[in-house]
Design a protein around this ligand. Structure first.
Ligand code: CA
Length: 223
């Protein structure tokens, strides 16, 4: 089984590599986001062990770009407990499993074997509400037959709302997930972007997909 480790802490990566070799894996390593993405795109690995904090760009960014490139290699993400990201983010972005550092090597092997048994993940399903459809992999949005062009931020916002369709979401929750973790601007930016989205996905079609929940924030209707 061919495995790629993307981890910038070289000593740690080397320890992992030796252990995995002993378990019979063929192991390649990359130490930066761009190198990892290149390796993962150019070669066919059976599984990828991906660290989050990497030079160049993060493991999250790598995963996003990998899936956008239609590569469905199973990914096990290494998350740090004190990190700014959590497991929910890892799954949202298409990781197939995650392990919090520090972890035991025995657990890592068990998780990797489980991932390998499961095989390549299915292409993520298209998210929809009524005749509104968003394809996370192709990064397209359609209302019926009509294609809707969204900016990256609008797309991210709509994807987040669709993934949590039916739940009332506070502006703060939306801000945390859709904007940069370090964004410290006004919450009203959410209102502004919901306005942009409505003008593209609802107003021209006479639909009300994004509801305002008074005193809370917003909810995307389920059907
Ligand atoms: Ca790291």
């Amino acid at each position: 089984m061919r495995l790629l480790i993307v981890e910038d802490e070289r000593e740690f990566a080397e320890t992992l590599r030796k252990g995995l070799l002993a378990e019979g894996f063929t192991v390649n390593m990359a130490h930066t986001g761009p190198d990892g993405l290149w390796a993962a795109t150019e070669h066919d690995y059976d599984v990828i062990v991906l660290d989050i904090m990497l030079p160049g760009f993060s493991g999250y960014e790598l995963l996003k770009r990998l899936r956008a490139a239609q590569k469905w290699t199973p990914v096990l993400m290494l998350t740090a407990k004190d990190g700014e990201y959590d497991e929910a983010d890892a799954f949202d972005l298409g990781a197939d499993d995650y392990l919090s550092k520090p972890f035991s090597f025995v657990v890592l092997i068990a998780r990797l074997r489980a991932l390998l048994r499961r095989g390549a993940p299915a292409r993520p399903t298209v998210l929809s509400s009524g005749d509104l459809r968003l394809d996370p992999a192709a990064r397209t949005v359609y209302r019926g037959q009509k294609r809707i062009d969204l900016t990256a931020r609008e797309f991210g916002l709509l994807e987040f709302l669709l993934r949590r369709a039916g739940s009332a979401l506070s502006k703060n929750e939306i801000l945390t997930h859709v904007w940069d973790a370090h964004y410290d601007g006004d919450e009203n930016v959410v209102e502004v972007y919901v306005g942009y989205l409505r003008r593209k996905i609802d107003t021209p079609f006479g639909t009300h997909t994004i509801e305002t929940v008074r005193g809370v924030g917003y909810r995307l209707s389920v059907s």
